[in-house]
Design a protein around this ligand. Structure first.
Ligand SMILES: *Cc1c(COP(=O)(O)O)cnc(C)c1O
Length: 430
């Protein structure tokens, strides 16, 4: 093999990559007539070429059958959510009955907290990571207040140690143990959106359960990125969105996981709607809610067919590629990015994402203290699509645009080693 720091090496890696043909399934946004360096699958994944036909199929079905479309054809709308369970279960490591596609992410987070955050005078705390995605912070804060508690007393945020960027698992566990008797829920991201840290969800779940609390996860940045085993880990619930790594388009639907031990408990409190009601009686329009078994019993409304159709087109690709194979390539691709970044002269930036592949997904967060936004803009002008997030970490109140991270997410489905090479080359000269 040629030297890792050469273009020849990157091309050789692409030639050997058994997943390389999946790139052809996606539209790559153009820059000056060429493929841009799209490293932003953590924010909005690319469009599968099959999405348009899937959408048209449903428009056609509506045109031809009107309301009868609910019952006719190969994908009757009545059952549409069921056509996504097998693939979703594969992506998050669940049994098919434990997952359902419905609503959007923050909505589902609230619905899950309705069931799994039911505080009383002794157990009322929620433990979460500091610097969680704002929507999660707002959701948690409003839930806590809704139950009559103050965020200051009820929300415990685990902070990195001074001088560190990410959380140590032992610190998370120690915090759970410290607040154990008062803790109702431990709610973590799967992968933190800012640092790219992949949390040890199994260890967090076990610690939460030892403390007598529930463990829930927001997998927005983990679904389709990390190799998840929600069922085996014993997580109580999880939610995710489909428009980031799952490539299902802007505002795409969300997925939810409810472990079977809860899914089969009809007495578990929840907010109910007719689509979560026993499907054999759904159209009898009777009083009295009898939930469907499994995660399906948390559905409120009938499926949003057009966005589900696009989601299905994308999930089918994941199902074909399989998560273990994607993860294998992902570790190589991100490891390669890291190696090349380390070959650049030091001082201008540092990688805050953990160096241990087991503690990260595909994203690396490149932290700068000076001129970060300008560096990012220079890269953007040259066809790099990544993103810039202002510092929420150092605690220093620097002027906007100086300190922050450039998040770079080479995804195993459509990014190449050559793209990683070219990105680092541009970064080195920017
Ligand atoms: C992207 C993201 C969201 C966005 O929520 P929506 O309800 O889909 O708009 C929420 N939480 C996390 C952790 C995210 O990464």
């Amino acid at each position: 093999m040629p030297e890792a720091t050469t273009l020849a090496y990157a091309r050789e890696m692409d030639a050997r990559d058994p997943m390389r043909h999946f790139r052809d399934r996606f539209f790559i946004p153009q820059h000056n007539g060429q493929d841009s360096l799209y490293l932003c699958g953590n924010s909005l994944g690319l469009q599968p070429k099959t999405a348009e036909a899937a959408l048209k199929h449903e428009l056609e079905h509506w045109k031809t059958h009107g309301v009868e479309g609910h019952f006719r054809g190969d994908l009757p709308w009545m059952d549409y959510h069921k056509f996504l369970t097998e693939q979703s279960a594969h992506v998050v490591g669940a049994m098919p009955e434990e997952v359902v596609v419905m609503n959007t992410l923050t909505t589902n987070l609230h619905l899950m907290m309705v069931s799994f955050y039911r505080p009383d005078a002794t157990r009322f705390k929620i433990i979460m990571e500091a610097g969680a995605f704002p929507s999660d912070q707002y959701a948690v804060e409003s839930q806590v207040k809704w139950h009559g508690f103050s965020p200051e007393e009820a929300i415990v945020e685990v902070q990195p140690r001074p001088g560190e960027d990410t959380l140590r698992t032992e610190e998370i566990i120690a915090t759970i143990e410290e607040h154990g008797a008062q803790t109702a829920l431990v709610l973590f991201g799967g992968v933190n959106y800012f640092t790219g840290q992949l949390f040890d969800m199994q260890a967090i779940t076990e610690a939460a359960h030892r403390a007598g609390a529930y463990a829930g996860f927001d997998l927005a940045h983990a679904a389709g990125n990390a190799h998840l085993k929600l069922h085996d880990w014993g997580a109580d619930f999880a939610v995710w969105c489909s428009y980031k790594y799952l490539n299902s388009g802007p505002g795409g639907p969300s997925g939810a996981f409810v472990h079977e031990r809860h899914g089969n408990n009809p007495d578990l409190p929840r907010f109910a709607g007719w689509w979560g009601h026993d499907e054999n009686e759904r159209f009898l329009m009777r009083k009295g809610f009898h939930p469907m078994p499994g995660a399906a019993g948390w559905q409120l409304s009938n499926a949003q067919i057009f966005s589900f159709a696009v989601h299905k087109a994308s999930l089918d690709i994941f199902y074909e590629a399989t998560m273990p194979a994607l993860r294998r390539k992902s570790e190589q691709l991100t490891g390669y990015l890291e190696e090349l970044l380390h070959s650049l002269p030091t001082g201008r930036f540092r990688i805050i994402t953990p160096a241990n592949p087991a503690a990260r997904g595909c994203q690396l967060s490149i932290f700068t203290e000076q001129g970060g936004k300008k560096l990012f803009d220079t890269l953007s002008e040259q066809g790099v699509i990544a993103d810039w997030r202002e510092d929420n970490l150092s605690g220093k109140q620097l002027p906007p645009g100086e300190a922050g991270v450039i998040r770079v997410a080479p995804t195993p489905l459509y990014n190449t080693f050559e793209e990683v090479y070219r990105f680092v080359e541009l970064l080195g000269t920017a």
